[in-house]
Ligand binder design. Structure first.
Ligand SMILES: [Zn+2]
Length: 320
């Protein structure tokens, strides 16, 4: 009898342990971890795939998926999006955000009105509430994607504000500061007959510096070397020095001047691109001892920090 009772309690204890183990497993699935990582700052570079290839228009290549799309989740659980990749990944973006438990975006930024940055917002805005949408004050009238984005903002009654150098966002303990475009940028500051060449628009990209305790990161959109130089002139070096650099213009040869890299002096660099845009640029980072991550090779890239230690995990190993 005594032994049986002991065995019975043994079974109860084991059942309890199993239940606890299962509960622990359920609560630490990637989905549950995603929205907040135990009070840490999480920055994700998505690497999305087209969900329904057959539904794409004939002129869209489903394998062309380069574009910036970054989700920042603050330690207190606020979600900030920087850019939204190309339009044909809009549905996949909404799916991924839902998998991560993101029910709304507190801040959505568009660095500049090019399709590989604003494309996904057309779909996203119809499915995920956004508190405030921030874009640079640069009407890009010749672009259908620009108009579709403005229509999506309007039909979803999303509050829209312009963002420019000097704007500061204090989001819990996370601070974002806009370093570009220059203050006062507007349609009036664009030369009247200018058809807005690519370089002109790229150089007006929103540049955001993020600080959280001792951690810092610089998001650069698609700025070119000319604007890198202007930032070097406009700011003291320590304003540009960060732990992680979001590599300007997808790592292409237009950007990442040596002096800019020397000043920013990051430990890590992240490139949103299907592959390596420019081998010399890529090598320039490696030669400086900077560890480089590329969405096209690494898949989704996740940065987690407590404001001191930085942990970067990737979906796939980098193929060299
Ligand atoms: Zn781009």
């Amino acid at each position: 009898m005594h032994n049986q009772r002991r065995r019975f309690f043994g079974y109860v204890l084991m059942a309890l342990l199993v239940a606890l183990f299962v509960a622990a497993l359920v609560s630490t699935t990637p989905t549950a971890l995603a929205s907040t990582a135990q009070g840490k700052l999480v920055i994700r570079y998505f690497d999305l795939e087209v969900e329904d290839r057959d539904s794409l228009p004939a002129n869209v290549d489903p394998d062309v998926t380069s574009g910036d799309v970054i989700l920042i989740t603050t330690p207190d659980g606020q979600h900030i999006m920087i850019d939204s990749t190309v339009p044909h990944l809009g549905t996949a973006l909404v799916t991924r955000l839902r998998e991560l438990g993101v029910e709304k975006l507190h801040y959505a930024f568009a660095t500049h009105p090019h399709v590989d940055h604003i494309g996904g917002y057309q779909t996203l805005l119809d499915h995920i509430p956004v508190d405030v949408f921030y874009q640079i004050n640069l009407p890009y009238e010749t672009s259908g994607n620009y108009h579709r984005l403005q229509n999506a903002i309007a039909r979803n009654n999303v509050t829209m504000e312009y963002v420019e150098c000097g704007d500061v966002f204090q989001i819990g303990e996370v601070r974002l500061e806009a370093l570009n475009p220059p203050r006062g940028t507007s349609r009036e500051t664009v030369p009247g007959d200018m058809q807005m060449p690519t370089a002109f628009v790229n150089d007006l990209s929103l540049v955001l510096r993020l600080d959280y305790k001792d951690f810092s990161m610089l998001f650069t959109g698609d700025i070119y070397m000319a604007r890198e130089m202007e930032l070097l002139d406009a700011f003291p070096a320590d304003k540009l020095k960060v732990d992680i650099l979001d590599v300007p213009h997808h790592g292409c040869v237009s950007s990442s001047s040596t002096i800019f890299l020397m000043t920013v002096d990051p430990k890590y660099a992240i490139i949103s691109m299907d592959g390596i845009c420019s081998t010399p640029v890529y090598n320039k980072y490696l030669q400086r001892g900077i560890e480089v991550f590329i969405t096209g090779y690494n898949g989704e890239i996740t940065i987690v920090t407590d404001g001191d230690e930085i942990e970067i995990t990737t979906e796939k190993e980098l193929r060299n």
